[in-house]
Design a binder for this molecule. Structure first.
Ligand SMILES: Cc1cc2nc3c(=O)[nH]c(=O)nc-3n(C[C@H](O)[C@H](O)[C@H](O)COP(=O)(O)OP(=O)(O)OC[C@H]3O[C@@H](n4cnc5c(N)ncnc54)[C@H](O)[C@@H]3O)c2cc1C
Length: 494
């Protein structure tokens, strides 16, 4: 049973934004760390972080380093999975770089090499040249080139997001002349394992953002490493242990249900970071978040009675006519604990799994086996000896067309309340888990700024655009500026 957790650190109401309350006034001096309480103990400023995913732990990590009293509250449903961080923690959770492949209904469709091992070509030539397309003809592949115009135009600014967010990924590819075959067998499935929903349900802005970040910006961007065990065991537990040694308290299994608004002076020494959109229903200002939606995932770990030859550890697959896309990972090649297993152990994740979620376990298993056999025939003769089926309803952010306007910024009109997670807008340019971690660090910096104490976390920017992309972007910006000055430029629907 979930217990109810009431936050004692309270949210301050600021005269700058609301009437009748106050918190932060120039006349009240904020006490700094190092003040003494009645018992002569050091009084630390208090931070409550709600959620212990990448965003919450990212914020906690930096705020602990600043010597604050940090408490992380989580309702116990930690879902998951960054090179600088793991170096800092002194852990080695990742595999070496690995190749990955994409299966479509027709069989092995695309093989992605380890791009950084190959001679560097200017973007996007490396991606196009080195990726091995086993079935899609060259003429279809070339139809993707025109899309570079949109990639150049989409510079991750607010204006770019607003321009592209109202159309679907499918419309975008159609508009830029992508072939049906390339869209159906390659781009659609890849998008669905990146944005988790079918391309006709994804925002074109999110599509351009994720395509650029994971594939197009630099040749090596598509290279992948995997965690050599569960995220929890390999990263989150050692990370949380290292924060515990610095005084951070983790209150697991506590669901935050309520917030208190106070105007007291203590507000100045406290801050709250919320890392779940689901918590934003208690205040009118945040209600727009209720318009966001989330995607269902099913994760299935299987142990077989024999070793099946799986050529590649990391495999993405289209839905074979279903509305989901899925991935399967050969855990014998990825997890330390399964390296020497005499039998195959693998994990499959089904995204946009609405139609699988209500099925009984045996039906889910039948579906998984049918999907696996379509990719690797040998699964027809293998039997499952152990299974773990985990359902994650509404657990992934859905970047649907028009969703950008419902996303929030990291700061709110409450001066001591901050937000972090992959549903927060950021100009950093990263995606998925890295985006959550970065927004966590950005929230930590907002806390440091608010408390006027501690130093700012250094957030490493995404690698700069290659010179030819930067030049094209500058030219494109100038062209857009001239176009905006033309008569009636704002009259027609953009
Ligand atoms: C099966 C699966 C596979 C995935 N695979 C990948 C992958 O390969 N690569 C990738 O980049 N991304 C992947 N993702 C997505 C990735 O997990 C998310 O992008 C990331 O977890 C988001 O982190 P976050 O901190 O923003 O949110 P979350 O991880 O969702 O953390 C929010 C936390 O807040 C807690 N919480 C919510 N409400 C309350 C409350 N009322 N009180 C207390 N606590 C609360 C939740 O329990 C949760 O722990 C996967 C997700 C799933 C489910």
């Amino acid at each position: 049973m979930l217990s109810c957790w009431r936050l004692t650190p309270t949210l301050c109401l600021s005269t700058r934004h609301r009437s009748g309350f106050y918190c932060r006034t120039a006349s009240v001096q904020s006490p700094v760390n190092g003040d003494q309480n009645k018992n002569g103990e050091e009084k630390k400023k208090k931070i409550v972080i709600v959620g212990s995913g990448w965003a919450g732990l990212g914020a906690a990590h930096h705020l602990c380093n600043q010597g604050f009293d940090v408490k992380v509250v989580d309702d116990g449903m930690v879902l998951v999975v960054l090179m600088i961080l793991v170096d800092e923690l002194g852990i080695e959770p990742f595999t070496n770089w690995m190749k990955s492949v994409l299966y479509s209904e027709g069989g092995l469709e695309v093989e992605f090499p380890i791009f950084q091992d190959l001679p560097q070509l200017p973007t996007p030539l490396g991606t196009l040249f080195y990726t091995q397309f086993n079935r899609v003809p060259l003429v279809d592949r070339l139809t993707s080139l025109a899309l570079m115009a949109a990639v150049i135009d989409f510079d991750n600014t607010d204006v770019a997001w607003k321009k592209y967010d109202s159309i679907t990924a499918r419309e975008l590819f159609k508009h830029f002349g992508c072939s049906e075959r390339l869209y159906r067998d390659v781009i659609g499935p890849l998008l669905q394992v990146g944005l988790f929903a079918p391309a006709e349900q994804c925002s074109a802005a999110a599509t351009l953002g994720i395509l650029y970040y994971f594939i197009l910006a630099h040749q090596k961007n598509f290279d992948l490493v995997w965690c050599r065990g569960t995220l929890k065991e390999k990263i989150f537990e050692p990370w949380m242990d290292s924060m515990r040694t610095r005084g951070c308290e983790f209150l697991d299994g506590r669901k935050v249900t309520d917030f208190y608004l106070h105007t007291s002076r203590t507000c100045q020494e406290q801050a709250v970071v919320l890392c779940s959109a689901a918590l934003c229903t208690w205040e009118k200002e945040f209600l727009k978040v209720s318009n966001l939606s989330c995607i269902d995932v099913i994760s299935v770990k299987l142990r077989f009675d024999k070793k099946v030859n799986i050529p590649n550890a990391s495999n993405a697959c289209s839905g074979f006519g279903d509305s989901f896309a899925w991935t399967f990972f050969d855990l014998n090649q990825i997890y330390d604990e399964h390296k020497d297993d005499p039998v195959t152990v693998l994990q499959t994740d089904f995204y946009h799994a609405n139609e699988l979620l209500p099925l009984k376990d045996e039906h889910v298993l039948a579906k998984v086996m049918s999907c696996l056999s379509k990719c690797i025939k040998e699964f027809d003769t293998a039997s499952v000896t152990d299974k773990q089926i985990r359902r994650f309803p509404k657990s992934l952010t859905h970047y649907f067309p028009g969703s950008y306007k419902y996303m929030m910024r990291g700061s709110t009109s409450f001066p001591n309340l901050f937000m972090a997670g992959d549903w927060i807008t950021t100009r950093h340019g990263s995606w998925s888990q890295e985006k959550s971690y970065v927004t966590g660090l950005e929230a930590a910096n907002l806390v440091v700024d608010y408390l006027e104490d501690g130093s700012f976390a250094k957030i490493i920017p995404v690698e700069e655009d290659e010179a030819h992309i930067e030049t094209l972007r500058n030219l494109n910006r100038r062209f857009n500026e001239i176009r905006e000055q033309a008569p009636l430029s704002n009259y027609f629907l953009q």
